[in-house]
Structure formats: C-alpha cells, structure tokens
Design a protein around this ligand. Structure first.
Ligand code: HEC
Ligand code: HEC
Ligand code: HEC
Ligand code: HEC
Ligand code: HEC
Ligand code: HEC
Ligand code: HEC
Length: 336
C-alpha cells in the first residue's frame, strides 16, 4: 500500500472506474428520489433517512478544536482553520463525507486542487481526531497539516461511493447528487420513468452476486483477500468477513446481505430482530442446510451479541459488528 492510494480507495480502482464509465455513457438526465416518490413512496421515504442516502452532506459540525503536535485545528460549521501559532490557514469545507454516526471527514479545495482534511469528527468521542489512514503522514507545511492532496482519479472514487454521479470527468459538477441514491443501485431509470419498463431485478441476485454488488463500495472478498488490509483493520469490510464464516453459502439467499438488511432502511440495531435470520437455517425444521443439525446449547435469543461480536476498529472510535459469524472463544485472536 502506498501513501497516495490509501486504505479507503485502493482495492476497487479498476472496477469502480469501469462502473463509472458505463454510468456516464448512459445517464444523460439524472433522476432524484423525488422522481420515484409518486409510485414508490415507501422505499423513497425510508431511504431518505438511511445512512447511505446521507453519505455526503454539507458540514454542520459544532465548534470543535484539536491540537495535533504543533498544529491547532478548529472546525465550526463549514469553517476550517489550521494554525502553527504564527500563520493561520482559513478554509471553507464544502463537503462532509459520512452521515456522522461513525465519523465525518471533510473535503476542501485550495488553488483548484482537492484535499482530504487531516482531522475528522468522531461522534464516538464527540471530538475531532486524526483522520483514519493518515497515521503515517508527517506534515511539514501548513497546507500539508490541513489535509492530504487527492488526485482527480481518487476524487472521482470518493464521490463514486458516497454520491450518485452522472459525470466521471466532473464529479463535483452540477450533476452531482449527494448520497447513494436510487439510480446508484438501480441504474439509469430514464426509460423506467417514461414507460415503467423493467429495471435490473436486484432482488434476483444470488448471495455471491449480492456480496459483489454491495461490495462495489463495501469491498468484496477478492478486494480484501488480494490487497488486504490484514488483521482487525478489515473488520469493517462485511462482504469479505461474511464470506469467511462457516454459515456462508454463495447460493443460499438466507445469508445474503438483503436477508438481514433492507437496502432502503437504516440498519436495524435491535439484536433480537436478527434472531429470525439465524433461525431461518439454525432450526431443526430448516430445510436444505446442514445448519439444522447445529442448534445452540448456550443461548436462545440475541444470537448476534455472542456470534457477531462488536470489535473496535483502531483509530475509528467506533465498533463494527464482525460479519464472520462464529463461536467466539475467550482469548482467541482475531481470525483473518
Ligand atoms: C409512474 C410510476 C413510476 C415511477 C415514477 C417510478 N416507477 Fe418504479 N415501478 C413502477 C411500476 C408500475 C413497477 C412495476 C411494479 C411491479 O411489477 O410490481 C415498478 C417497479 C420498480 C422496481 C422493481 C423492479 C424489480 O423487478 O424488482 C424498481 C427497483 C423501481 N421501480 C425503481 C424505480 C426508481 C428508482 C424510480 C425513480 C427513478 C422509479 N421506479 C419510478 C412505476 C414507477
Ligand atoms: C455506491 C456505494 C454503495 C453501495 C453500492 C452500497 N453501499 Fe451501503 N453504504 C455506503 C456508504 C458510503 C455508507 C456509509 C454511510 C455513512 O455512514 O455515511 C454505507 C452504509 C451502509 C449501512 C449502514 C448505514 C445504515 O443506514 O444503517 C448498511 C447496513 C449498508 N450500507 C448496507 C448495504 C447493502 C446491503 C448494500 C447492497 C444492497 C449496500 N450497502 C450497497 C455505500 C454503498
Ligand atoms: C470503494 C468505495 C469507497 C470509496 C472510494 C470511499 N469510501 Fe468512504 N465509505 C465507504 C463505505 C462503504 C463506508 C461505510 C463503512 C461502514 O460503515 O461499514 C464509508 C464510510 C466513510 C466514512 C464514515 C466514517 C467511517 O470511517 O466509516 C467517511 C468519513 C468516509 N467514508 C470518507 C471517505 C473519503 C473522504 C473518501 C475519499 C478520500 C472515501 N470515503 C472514499 C465507501 C467508500
Ligand atoms: C444501496 C442500494 C439501493 C438503493 C440506494 C436503492 N435501492 Fe431499491 N433495491 C435495492 C435492492 C438490492 C433491492 C432488491 C431487494 C431484495 O433483495 O429483495 C431493491 C428493491 C427495490 C424495489 C422493489 C421492491 C422492494 O422494496 O424490494 C423498489 C420499488 C425499489 N428498490 C425502489 C427504490 C427507490 C425508489 C430508491 C430511491 C429512493 C431505491 N430503491 C434505492 C437496492 C437499492
Ligand atoms: C445474518 C445477518 C446479516 C447478514 C447476512 C449481513 N449483515 Fe450486516 N449487519 C448485521 C448485524 C447484526 C449488524 C449490526 C447492527 C447494529 O448496528 O446493531 C450489521 C451491520 C452492518 C453494517 C454497519 C457497520 C457494521 O459493520 O457494524 C453494514 C455496513 C453492514 N452490516 C453491511 C452488510 C453487507 C454489505 C452485507 C452483505 C455482504 C451484510 N451486512 C450481511 C447482520 C447481517
Ligand atoms: C444460510 C443458512 C445460515 C444462516 C442464515 C446462518 N447460519 Fe450459522 N451456520 C450455517 C452452516 C451451514 C454452518 C456450518 C455447519 C457445519 O459445519 O456443518 C453454520 C455454523 C454456525 C456456527 C458454528 C461456527 C463455528 O465456527 O463452528 C455458529 C456459531 C453459527 N452458525 C451461528 C449463526 C448465527 C448467530 C446466525 C445468525 C446471525 C447464523 N448462524 C446464520 C448456516 C447458516
Ligand atoms: C450468551 C452467548 C450466546 C448466545 C446468546 C447464543 N450463543 Fe450460540 N453459542 C455460544 C457458545 C459459547 C457456543 C459454543 C458452545 C460449545 O462450546 O460447544 C455456541 C454454539 C453455537 C452453535 C454451534 C453449535 C454446534 O452444534 O455446532 C450455533 C450454530 C449457535 N451457537 C447458534 C446460535 C443461535 C442461532 C443463537 C440465537 C438463537 C445463539 N447461538 C445464541 C454462545 C451463544
């Protein structure tokens, strides 16, 4: 891994670039969720509240300060300032990446180039701290202390996963629709809007196809197994983690992403709500799986609290639920 292609972006460069090529070739007119609302009110209303719809926002950070070595940082709303005590750089932050329940990192422009802020907001500590992936960068100038320069290609990748792009050459241009909106998953809907012609039936994907589909952004098994990261830092890449669980069967729809997550909704946070998902296989009456012979002797409810443990991602000030469903033994190391 090199510094110029950080953890967030490197595994998927090529595939995402290809996906964006097809997008820009077809989508001349961009639909927004309000175009779909009259006929699909339930999906539209639920989706608007979800983390994915809100993956790119205008910053509304409360006034916060942070000292990192010689550099002092302050963010208030969309105003960002960095000082070494002698000189001060004042910048405007047009974009916040992340809806803010895990963390928010900011992008800003200086002399027509784009930068990723060196500090991010972490709700887990209600404070600013070093942006994930910047541990090894040692700034020597005020500009470097403010943020990491990102290339136009990487800029397109950032917006490609956090927004609904209709131009890969001008990702931040007027056609940008912030957030992962309907057409980002369902494809160009111009024809569907005109004549209700069928869209790609996403509900028909196999478990493996679904993992790869969601993995365009959440990273696939092959992204991580080829490029890493290894160890606890891959806990957030659910398509990879779940593929390494003994429960995973690439053709059994009971273990695909949408068996547990309604893609238009905020994720369910009550552990008990997932019990039925496990019971779809781990019940004596379940058909077509050897899981029916494996019934827990320890617990009868809240299965995920023991078998999908919440693990801290270093530097993220946040725990992720490990999708490698398993028996967690005391003192066992993280299985990779
Ligand atoms: C004028 C009404 C109308 C509008 C506007 C509309 N749709 Fe539809 N949509 C339909 C109808 C009718 C169906 C078919 C319903 C069925 O067969 O159950 C459908 C089906 C769908 C399906 C299901 C496809 C499948 O096979 O699983 C998706 C996804 C979908 N629409 C997405 C969208 C999106 C995204 C938008 C906005 C860009 C949109 N629709 C706008 C009428 C509309
Ligand atoms: C275009 C990129 C993209 C695709 C495709 C995508 N996601 Fe996401 N997803 C994101 C981003 C970005 C976030 C982070 C949102 C945030 O915290 O700001 C996210 C967050 C989530 C969350 C947690 C947020 C919440 O509201 O609870 C779930 C669950 C999720 N995605 C599931 C899925 C599933 C299931 C699929 C496939 C059907 C999928 N995603 C496809 C980009 C994507
Ligand atoms: C390959 C797709 C992809 C790219 C490229 C990408 N992100 Fe994300 N990002 C995601 C997904 C998916 C999540 C949700 C992770 C989760 O909750 O499991 C996310 C989450 C985040 C979050 C929420 C906090 C966190 O750490 O989870 C921030 C902030 C963020 N991304 C910033 C960025 C920035 C800035 C860039 C560009 C420098 C970028 N992302 C590029 C897919 C991507
Ligand atoms: C993160 C990707 C994603 C986004 C964004 C998304 N959808 Fe979907 N949608 C899916 C998937 C996956 C399915 C198939 C669900 C399944 O597995 O049965 C689906 C199914 C549907 C269906 C078929 C009925 C149903 O609910 O299963 C409709 C209609 C629909 N979506 C409309 C929309 C509209 C309107 C929007 C925008 C407001 C939207 N979707 C945004 C992924 C997405
Ligand atoms: C067997 C059920 C199950 C399946 C299948 C599943 N998840 Fe999850 N997922 C969960 C649970 C449980 C949580 C934790 C919910 C909470 O926040 O309390 C979760 C949380 C998440 C989150 C929030 C961040 C985190 O890791 O805590 C994302 C993003 C996510 N899942 C994406 C996916 C994707 C993508 C797939 C398909 C590769 C998938 N999930 C398959 C049960 C499942
Ligand atoms: C698609 C069906 C399916 C689903 C859904 C499913 N499992 Fe499994 N699970 C299996 C199979 C198959 C095995 C392996 C049995 C074997 O080795 O023969 C297994 C194994 C396990 C094991 C033993 C793993 C080990 O390391 O020995 C645990 C624990 C487990 N599952 C818990 C769960 C929990 C908790 C859920 C819900 C979050 C769940 N499973 C959902 C099919 C499933
Ligand atoms: C309090 C924690 C806890 C809860 C809650 C729990 N389990 Fe377990 N489970 C365990 C432990 C510990 C083991 C290993 C027991 C042993 O050593 O054999 C286990 C074993 C298993 C196995 C492997 C059994 C075998 O014969 O191979 C499965 C499958 C499983 N659990 C599924 C579930 C399901 C489904 C639920 C929810 C209905 C659940 N568990 C709830 C702790 C828990």
């Amino acid at each position: 891994m090199t510094r110029s292609i950080p953890l967030r972006t490197f595994p998927v460069l090529l595939r995402l670039a290809l996906a964006l090529c097809t997008l820009s070739a077809t989508a001349a007119t961009a639909a927004t969720p309000s175009d779909c609302a009259p006929c699909h009110p339930a999906q539209t209303a639920a989706h608007a509240q979800s983390g994915m719809a809100r993956a790119l926002l205008s910053p509304r950070t409360p006034s916060l300060r942070k000292q990192l070595g010689p550099w002092s940082y302050e963010i208030t709303g969309s105003a960002y300032s960095v000082t070494d005590g002698k000189e001060t750089l004042r910048l405007n932050l047009p974009w916040a990446f992340g809806e803010g329940s895990t963390g928010q990192t900011f992008l800003f422009q200086r002399e027509s180039r784009w930068y990723e802020s060196r500090v991010s907001y972490f709700p887990g500590i209600h404070a600013l701290d070093l942006t994930l992936g910047m541990e090894d960068i040692k700034p020597t100038t005020l500009t470097e202390a403010a943020g990491r320069l990102i290339s136009p290609a990487e800029l397109t990748l950032c917006f490609g996963c956090h927004a609904t792009l209709h131009s890969k050459t001008d990702p931040t241009g007027p056609n940008l629709i912030p957030g992962v909106q309907c057409e980002r998953c369902h494809g160009d809907a111009a024809q569907h809007l005109a004549t209700q012609s069928p869209l790609r039936p996403l509900g028909k994907m196999t478990t493996e196809e679904m993992s790869d589909f969601c993995g365009q952004c959440h990273r696939t098994w092959s992204d991580i197994s080829l490029n890493g990261p290894r160890g606890i830092r891959n806990v957030r890449f659910q398509p990879y983690r779940i593929a390494t669980a003994r429960c995973y069967d690439p053709t059994d729809a009971r273990i695909r992403c949408t068996a547990c997550h309604e893609p238009h909704h905020t994720r369910e946070t009550s552990p008990q709500a997932y019990d039925a998902k496990c019971a779809a296989c781990h019940a004596r009456t379940a058909l077509g799986t050897t899981a029916s012979r494996h019934i827990c002797k320890i617990g009868t409810k809240n299965c995920v609290t023991c078998h999908m443990p919440n693990l801290e991602l270093p530097g993220a000030h946040k725990k992720f639920s490990d999708h490698r469903i398993r028996i967690v033994r005391a003192n066992a190391t993280y299985p990779d």
